[in-house]
Ligand binder design. Structure first.
Ligand SMILES: Nc1ncnc2c1ncn2[C@@H]1O[C@H](COP(=O)(O)OP(=O)(O)OP(=O)(O)O)[C@@H](O)[C@H]1O
Length: 675
């Protein structure tokens, strides 16, 4: 897919800014974005649009002739004039209104002229979805192999062409990937929440990363970032020496006009001073959530209950960045550890257990992961087996270290799990999966240190607020060390578009209901041949084939004579197949959703997502993550049936993966016989 296939919405950036400014008005105060030199000034935009008005209706004699002439003749802007416009803008990519301003054309004329240059194949355009199209010289698009960072400060967005994995990791510290067009232009947005949860212990360190990424100093943007950084430090909770919790505000106004307006007497017992209030016991989580919603995240600096002592020592040397994680966590008291799959979060969590030294409750999404944790704890710490309990459908033993599934922990009849022992530490593994009831129930355990583990940044809509208020912001990751240490391999991810097997399927798809469409597209039989082709192209690889629909999994299993591991398979047989896979007695398995959550298949270096693309975006990253073990170049193939909703799902889902530093390619199946 070339850039030009994108339907460009060549709306004028100025216009976009105007709408944006309207939004900005509703944004938090202090959000006014300084007028930015690199953005078309409103005045120009107005001029450009009035230019358009003049062309559209008024009988301005030269307007119509000029348009007619412009559209039929050679591009009315020569390539070197376009280069002049780039020089004026001081950037390798420009919007149509910038070209118009530089060459004294209206924005509409500039778009016509640029389209002419695109037809002459001298200029490329890239559409970053809701944003205006940006244009750049074709020879640059082909030749430049180094990344280009193009900030749009007024919109607080950054377009990066061909970003390196490290740049993407840096950007994920203070921005989030909004979309990707083609394989090249990544568009990042910087929201207030991104700054609130930027994992830095000082503003200067955050600013250092921002300045490392951006090609120039942008004062307006930096001021806005500093405003948001400060905003997340206006309130804090701390423990008074007499043992009760105090809410402190940076100023009397904030306490009076915000906290005492937003919170009621069941939360704030009584004022202590103009800037301090006595907090009602057990209302800390509610206060944090309420003030977060009001745009004021609260720093939780309360003393934590160590819980009953747990004597545990880790029999592994932590890597530098893991020790850094442990130190930062102990300083912060709680927080989320975000690191790529296979980067050593679980081992770091055992390091935290040793540092905290308190009885520990570990919450995980599946029973498999529970037994994984038990094996890992027994292998790498000095815990005795009878010090470790598991609490889920299979067994219910509570010990100084207890591993429970979210599902069981969320059940009313098992609520005693949380207060049966004085936990010093609660670990939420795959933290983005914390269900609301576990969240609510364990939110009252605010006195224990809380550690979230996640392989992907927490960006999903309201998950952010829940996890921020339950556990806290992400802990800083020393990305330099992580990448230098080479513990993160960048897998190649390829979306392979597969044609329909036969026209009959295509017709069936066309007339099917919506949910049936997804299943038909996912289970397109042509994919079986595609999987066979990919396996044949990678002899000797350890392969995981993910199939979400049982009958597709069965069809693949039959066609490829491979076992299909689904929820219906007994645990014992599942474990046996997994360990045969680990011992290299098997080099390929077909798995359904069970293979998603953290099942540690250390050396799978080939993943084929045969279906299930319609699932959550995060699922895609988990699946690809299964092959992101530090074991050479991992390959991931996502199969999507051409011309169906799967195409869209595939692209959106893998964008999520890109935000973790993975490059995605899009190709058509070689088997494509153009049904
Ligand atoms: N400090 C270390 N020394 C030796 N091996 C390590 C260390 N840290 C991690 N590993 C190994 O690297 C692999 C991945 O570690 P771990 O399971 O902690 O990663 P993870 O980030 O939790 O992975 P996932 O996100 O998939 O759960 C494991 O085999 C683990 O034993």
């Amino acid at each position: 897919m070339t850039d030009d296939e994108f339907s460009a919405s060549a709306d004028d950036p100025g216009a976009a800014d105007e709408t944006h400014d309207a939004d900005a008005g509703e944004q938090l105060d202090g959000d006014g974005a300084a007028q930015d030199a690199t953005e078309p000034q409103d005045a120009d935009t107005t001029a450009a649009s009035s230019g358009e008005d003049a062309d559209d209706g008024a009988a301005s004699p030269d307007g119509e002739d000029a348009d007619a002439e412009a559209s039929s003749a050679e591009p009315s802007v020569a390539l070197d004039e376009f280069h002049d416009a780039l020089e004026d803008a001081g950037r390798p990519v420009v919007t149509a209104s910038e070209v118009g301003r530089s060459l004294d054309h209206s924005q509409a004329e500039a778009v016509d002229a640029l389209d002419g240059l695109v037809e002459a194949d001298d200029v490329r355009r890239v559409d970053v979805e809701t944003d205006p199209v940006v244009w750049y010289p074709a020879e640059w698009g082909e030749l430049a192999d180094r990344e280009r960072v193009v900030p749009f400060p007024k919109r607080r967005e950054i377009v990066v062409d061909k970003p390196t994995q490290f740049t993407r990791a840096q950007l994920s510290q203070f921005a989030h990937l909004a979309d990707v067009s083609g394989n090249e232009a990544y568009r990042y947005e910087i929201r207030k929440e991104d700054i609130w949860q930027a994992p830095y212990d000082s503003f200067d360190r955050l600013l250092k990363t921002v300045r490392q990424v951006l090609p120039e100093r942008l004062d307006g943007l930096e001021e806005w970032i500093e405003d948001q950084w400060d905003r997340a430090r206006q309130f804090r909770l701390f423990t008074h020496e007499d043992g009760y919790t105090v809410l402190e505000a940076r100023s009397a106004e904030l306490m009076g006009n915000v906290a005492r307006q937003k919170l009621d007497e069941s939360q704030l017992r009584a004022p202590i001073s103009d800037t301090e209030s006595w907090v009602a016991e057990g209302s800390e989580a509610a206060i944090k959530r309420r003030l977060y919603e009001a745009g004021y995240p609260v720093q939780d600096q309360r003393d934590l209950d160590e819980g009953d002592p747990l004597d545990i020592s880790l029999r592994m040397n932590l890597r530098g960045y893991q020790s850094d994680w442990v130190t930062r966590f102990v300083d912060a008291g709680s927080g989320v550890l975000v690191g790529p799959p296979g980067s050593g979060k679980t081992v770091a969590a055992m390091g935290v257990m040793e540092a905290v030294g308190g009885e520990t409750l570990i919450l995980v999404p599946t029973r498999e992961l529970a037994s994984q944790w038990r094996d890992t704890l027994l292998a790498h710490t000095d815990l005795d087996p009878d010090q470790i309990g598991e609490y889920h459908g299979g067994e219910k033993t509570v010990r100084p270290v207890t591993i429970a599934t979210y599902q069981t922990a969320g059940m009313d009849r098992h609520r005693q799990l949380f207060d049966q022992r004085r936990w010093g530490l609660i670990v939420y593994d795959e933290v983005h999966h914390v269900p609301a009831d576990v969240h609510r129930r364990s939110a009252d355990l605010q006195a224990s240190a809380r550690l979230g583990l996640s392989a992907t940044p927490i960006r999903e809509d309201d998950r952010e607020k829940e996890i921020y208020t339950l556990i806290g912001p992400p802990i800083g990751t020393d990305w330099d060390a992580l990448f230098e240490a080479g513990y993160v391999q960048e897998p190649e991810v390829e979306i392979r578009y597969v044609p329909w097997d036969e026209e009959t399927y295509q017709d069936e798809y066309a007339t099917a209901e919506r949910h049936e469409k997804r299943q038909l597209a996912a289970a397109n039989p042509q994919k079986i041949e595609e999987v066979r082709e990919i396996l044949a192209d990678h002899p000797g690889s350890k392969a995981l084939i993910f199939a979400d629909y049982i009958d597709q999994g069965d069809a693949l299993a039959e066609a490829l004579t491979l076992p299909f591991i689904s929820g219906e398979m007994p645990h014992a047989r599942r474990e046996r197949l997994f360990s045969q896979f680990r011992r290299d007695e098997r080099d390929a398995l077909i798995v359904s959703r069970v293979g998603d959550e953290g099942i540690d298949l250390p050396d799978a270096d080939l993943a084929i997502l045969a279906s299930g693309l319609g699932g959550s975006r995060r699922q895609g990253s988990q699946r690809a993550g299964r092959t992101m073990r530090p074991s050479g170049k991992a390959r991931v193939f996502a199969l999507a049936t051409r011309g169906t909703t799967e195409e869209e799902f595939a692209r959106r889902q893998l964008q999520h993966l890109q935000s973790k530093g993975v490059r995605v390619r899009e190709v058509d199946s070689e088997l494509d016989d153009g049904v």
